[in-house]
Design a protein around this ligand. Structure first.
Ligand SMILES: Nc1ncnc2c1ncn2[C@@H]1O[C@H](COP(=O)(O)OP(=O)(O)OP(=O)(O)O)[C@@H](O)[C@H]1O
Length: 261
């Protein structure tokens, strides 16, 4: 390209997005962002500012009122369940217990994904699931245990493996560690980093915890009241927040900011 920039399309491009529920006013407005291949972008903001709403639009679960969502340069418009783009964007949920069927084993849960997205036979899907669960660090003894018997961290590893079964281009992780014990949070964040590096996957990481955003991302955006109020280098944003809301956010955790300085 003449300007020397990469010829590869961003994995996710969101332009001028406006979205909301029913007849209520817009929940999010004028949201634009771009995520390059292999990049993790952080999204932070107060409760109710519209982070999950943006995630729903990116996942194709909520139709935007205005604007475009492109995945790998292709319009994310048709919400048909057969749309191959659906498999390109996967989600890791906040509450790993609630997101799994408690009666299915870890292997059965992930095998379901292989059958659904790759059309694998039951036996092949279980083999593939066991290999993937091993890769995400689930202990062998837990692979054939029902989800209801697993710890929160183990359930989240199953949730991650389930999302990875279709080799997504983009993982949307909505508060993936906020319901886990502090001791387990770092393990799951490191797992996500390892997988992102190993698979070249991109990630939109949603968190209200600035230390998580700091640890995981080099670029982040801050939302407030449904709009993006700051967007840029994570380190610069934490050192010198420009928007009053970002300043409030950073100042509310003085101990952590001092550690990062
Ligand atoms: N299904 C829905 N129907 C109607 N309103 C909704 C729906 N889901 C969310 N909202 C509203 O949209 C606004 C934004 O919610 P959203 O879940 O996107 O915020 P959030 O930033 O993810 O919050 P949190 O950090 O608490 O998860 C809130 O006022 C919420 O009540």
């Amino acid at each position: 390209m003449p300007d020397g920039s990469s010829a590869r399309a961003p994995v996710l491009e969101v332009r001028g997005l406006r979205a909301g529920y029913g007849t209520a006013p817009d929940t999010i407005r004028d949201v634009s962002l771009s995520i390059e291949p292999g990049q993790i972008v952080g999204l932070v903001g107060e409760s109710g500012c519209g982070k999950s709403t943006l995630a729903k639009v990116v996942l194709g679960l909520l139709r935007p009122r205005e604007g475009d969502v492109l995945v790998d340069g292709r319009r994310w418009g048709d919400r048909s369940s057969r749309d191959p783009l659906r498999s390109c964007v996967q989600m890791v949920f906040q509450d790993p217990y609630a997101s799994l069927n408690p009666k299915l084993t870890a292997a059965e849960t992930v095998a379901d994904s292989f059958r659904r997205w790759k059309g694998s036979s039951r036996r092949d899907a279980l083999d593939e699931a066991r290999r993937l669960l091993d890769r995400v660090g689930l202990p062998r003894t837990a692979i054939d245990a029902r989800a209801e018997r697993l710890s929160g961290g183990q359930c989240q590893r199953v949730g991650v493996a389930r999302a990875l079964a279709c080799e997504p281009r983009l993982l949307v992780a909505d508060e993936p560690t906020s319901s886990l014990d502090v001791s387990v949070q770092a393990q799951i964040l490191n797992l996500l980093l390892e997988l992102q590096e190993g698979m070249g996957m991109s990630m939109l990481l949603i968190s209200h915890d600035l230390s998580v955003i700091r640890y995981m991302t080099s670029e982040a955006m801050v939302m407030s009241g449904g709009a993006v109020v700051e967007h840029g280098s994570t380190a610069a944003m934490l050192r010198q927040p420009r928007h009053p809301y970002t300043r409030t956010l950073v100042e509310s955790i003085p101990g952590q900011v001092a550690d990062w300085a």
